[in-house]
Design a protein around this ligand. Structure first.
Ligand code: UDP
Ligand code: MG
Length: 336
């Protein structure tokens, strides 16, 4: 019987790049990438995710695939946004390490070895820090500084530059991450939450040479709203009642105290003729407040209960675990 020797080829590195209307940059991007990747003694692939470009980008990408054998292109039917593009890249990436960067040449592929060297130290996520960022101050750098401070504080993972796309991830960490909204920037925080080791390295940053930025100030608002979601998921996703319940009790306890006070005052007047606190009972303000507060309290507590049911449906319908395993010895145990 003829037996074919099949060599299992493992991919070391996947580069994921979201591309949206970058016709002037893609060719130069592939050239600089090629120069940066060639010296690496690694098996690599480059995934360009075309996020519904309406310019010449798709035409150029089709030609580039012929030139570079390691290049793969994923084309969206329409513009779904940078996060979705990165998410598609993550799902298709085969490398043990995944590195993301922008297509507009603002990130420098020459920094890739730097990130890989950090990964070799056993880190799970290396985040680029654009120490000398080449973007306008008022519309980009200042909002970003404030956002980074806030994100670091709220998530407890201190990084200077959450917004830098140039990052390296161990595939193990991102393979189960589902990204929504603007959430690609929070991966370091989410990774740290599941026990990943996160660090940062200063990287280069260049001014945009061609085309225009796809974003303005409005992104900051979206980032802040997503931050609330991330915080909630990190802190309360396994016990939403802990949050809603606490808020509910903050309303319900004063409401019950007020009711008790009013009833007490009434009873003491009826039985003993005491008029202490009669003012309280006479004023409708207190009655209305107590009623409102009790409604709010009950509302929040029921919301917490509903969220608890949701969480159970979420985990159990998808057979999701409430923990993340780093490794098992011997190996086979992990699958069981
Ligand atoms: N991008 C994308 N989809 C979008 C917007 C942007 O894939 O809807 C890509 C874009 O082509 C670039 C990266 O995301 O490669 C970052 O976009 P941009 O340079 O406009 O953002 P900035 O660097 O100004 O934050
Ligand atoms: Mg850019």
């Amino acid at each position: 019987m003829l037996r074919l020797a099949t060599k299992v080829c493992t991919m070391d590195l996947s580069i994921v790049i979201p591309v949206y209307n970058e016709e002037e940059s893609v060719v130069a991007l592939c050239q600089t990438l090629d120069a940066a990747l060639k010296p690496l003694s690694q098996h690599y692939e480059v995934l360009l995710v075309d996020d519904g470009s309406t310019d010449q980008t798709p035409v150029l990408l089709r030609e580039l695939v012929q030139t570079y054998s390691y290049l793969r292109v994923i084309r969206f039917r329409r513009n779904f946004g940078q996060t979705a593009a990165m998410s598609a890249g993550f799902h298709h990436a085969q490398g043990e390490v995944v590195i993301t960067l922008d297509a507009d040449l603002q990130n420098d592929p020459a920094d890739i070895p730097l990130l890989l060297a950090k990964m070799d130290e056993g880190v799970d996520v290396v985040s680029g820090w654009r120490k000398h960022r080449q973007d306008p101050f008022w519309s980009r750098r200042l909002p970003s500084m404030l956002a980074n401070g806030l994100i670091s504080r709220i998530t407890g993972v201190a990084l200077h530059d959450y917004g830098c796309t140039l990052k390296a991830y161990r595939r193990d960490i991102i393979k189960d991450v589902h990204l929504y909204g603007e959430m690609h920037r929070f991966i370091p925080a989410l990774a740290s939450w599941v026990g990943g080791r996160v660090t940062e390295v200063p990287v280069q940053h260049h001014p945009r040479r061609f085309g225009t930025s796809k974003y303005g100030l409005s992104r900051t608002v979206r980032v802040i709203l997503d931050l609330i979601t991330v915080k909630f998921l990190m802190r309360y996703s396994l016990g939403p009642m802990q949050m809603f319940g606490k808020i509910g009790l903050m309303f319900l306890v004063p409401a019950l105290l007020l009711f008790a006070l009013m009833i007490g005052t009434h009873l003491s007047f009826l039985f003993f003729g005491t008029t202490v606190g009669a003012e309280l009972v006479k004023r409708p303000f207190w009655l209305v407040s107590a009623t409102m507060l009790s409604f709010l309290g009950v509302q929040f507590i029921s919301m917490g209960l509903l969220a608890e049911i949701q969480i159970r449906t979420y985990h159990e319908s998808q057979d999701k675990r409430t923990y993340v395993i780093r490794e098992c010895w011997p190996e086979e145990t992990k699958g069981t």
